[in-house]
Design a protein around this ligand. Structure first.
Ligand SMILES: [Zn+2]
Length: 412
């Protein structure tokens, strides 16, 4: 066996001491976040599944803190298990690995094992953090998994979590509010009687969220931070004034374009303000979706491809250092798939991942975009980290284009 299958970390009984210390650390770290939920709804019987949306890095922690110590098992990105020490820690708090956006039979078997052993399982089926504070879709595979698990399914939907610590932010906000909606979605019998597509549709409707709509309904909530807008350039990469890419920069609460000088201020209600320039968008969600609209037209062009020079990172084979640098090369993505031509540990290397295996390329703001393929995990770090969000956006659009092209071919 090669690559990521080496990381076999089956779900293990929680280590009580590690869980108590971790919960304590989480409560201290997130002490400025008020969680609101109906306590009477916390009466769950194992085995069962919790489906949680994924607006922020802390979502699994909010869930663990709400349910109580050491009760819930959770799937976590397989890349986090590339370092043995970190992996043992994650295992001690009830996590087991899952490769993102590709089939992972081991993870499915482990999920079934948790339920058979009368456990509770937390799943964050969106599998990536929200980029702009809203639901961004989930795959039908979650419905398939629920069918296989044959147990009651509950929803744990967070509102406000994105605004406290958005994916792109450099620091936490000074305080935050998280509203938690808890709901029984399916009992065992209903789950058995519904088709996968019906389960999928009900699931989507139950976890769909929009933190900006939530904020509109809560006019008293404000946010402050010494660096409110910092990091925003890593999702807002296109200037609406001059249409240039990668010329946006941020400082404290201000975002401006180095090409044309367009400047906006982010206020305590996550709204943009400007004095000298036209205000193109009310908030970052509108700005982000405008960029995606433009990119969807560009990607629709016949021969669209995106390319960049990037540094390649892969898991340390000895599982000690986590992700390690392997060399640099050129990455290209088009409707056929992703190609990397470059160097791996001093030797020439080429990788090809067909588009059928790329639902999307998850990304870390300003740092990398990633792909799992054939039991391996590749992280590409472009020289200009601002490009990562564009790769994420384009990969999703190209995959849709690819799926449509298959459908068209089948119809002919
Ligand atoms: Zn500009």
């Amino acid at each position: 066996m090669e690559g990521l299958v080496k990381y076999t970390y089956p779900p293990k009984k929680h280590n009580k001491i590690v869980v108590v210390l971790s919960t304590l650390a989480a409560r201290i770290g997130l002490r400025k976040v008020k969680r609101y939920y109906d306590k009477s709804l916390l009466d769950f019987e194992a085995p069962c599944v919790f489906i949680c949306n994924h607006p922020s890095f802390y979502d699994a922690i909010y869930a663990q803190c709400t349910f109580g110590r050491g009760k819930v098992y959770s799937m976590a990105g397989r890349n986090f298990f590339a370092n043995r020490t970190k992996a043992k820690y994650l295992q001690a708090i009830g996590c087991f690995p899952k490769s993102l956006f590709c089939a992972d039979i081991e993870a499915v078997k482990n999920a079934i094992k948790v339920i058979r052993n009368n456990g509770m399982l937390l799943i964050l089926p969106e599998a990536r953090l929200s980029t702009y504070g809203c639901f961004e879709g989930l795959e039908i595979q979650t419905a398939k998994l629920l069918k296989a698990l044959k147990c009651p399914v509950n929803v744990f939907r967070l509102s406000g979590a994105y605004l406290y610590r958005p994916k792109w932010s450099k620091v936490k906000r000074n305080k935050g509010i998280v509203d938690i909606h808890i709901q029984r979605l399916f009992d065992k019998e209903e789950l058995a009687s519904l088709s996968e597509s019906d389960i999928h549709e009900k699931l989507v409707n139950a976890i769909r969220y929009d933190d900006f709509e939530w904020l509109d309904k809560n006019p008293e909530i404000t946010y402050s931070s010494r660096a409110l807008a910092e990091g925003l350039e890593n999702i807002l990469f296109m200037c609406p004034h001059c249409k240039n890419e990668f010329t946006t920069v941020t400082n404290k609460d201000t975002l401006y374009c180095t090409n044309c000088g367009y400047t906006v201020k982010l206020n305590s209600r996550y709204e943009f303000e400007t004095q000298k320039y036209p205000l193109y968008f009310k908030n970052l969600k509108e700005w982000y979706l405008w960029q995606r609209d433009i990119m969807s037209k560009v990607v629709a062009e016949r021969e669209y491809a995106i390319t960049t020079k990037a540094h390649l990172l892969m898991p340390d084979e000895r599982l000690i250092k986590g992700m390690v640098g392997r060399g640099s090369g050129t990455v290209t993505l088009d409707i056929e798939g992703l190609r990397y031509e470059g160097i791996d540990n001093g030797k020439p290397m080429s990788i090809f991942v067909p588009m059928g295996n790329i639902k999307l390329l998850p990304f870390e703001c300003g740092y990398d975009f990633e792909v799992y393929y054939k039991n391996d995990f590749y992280m590409f770090c472009p020289k200009n980290g601002q490009e990562c969000v564009k790769w994420y956006m384009v990969s999703e659009l190209l995959h849709k284009k690819y799926e449509n092209s298959i459908k068209t071919t089948e119809d002919e």
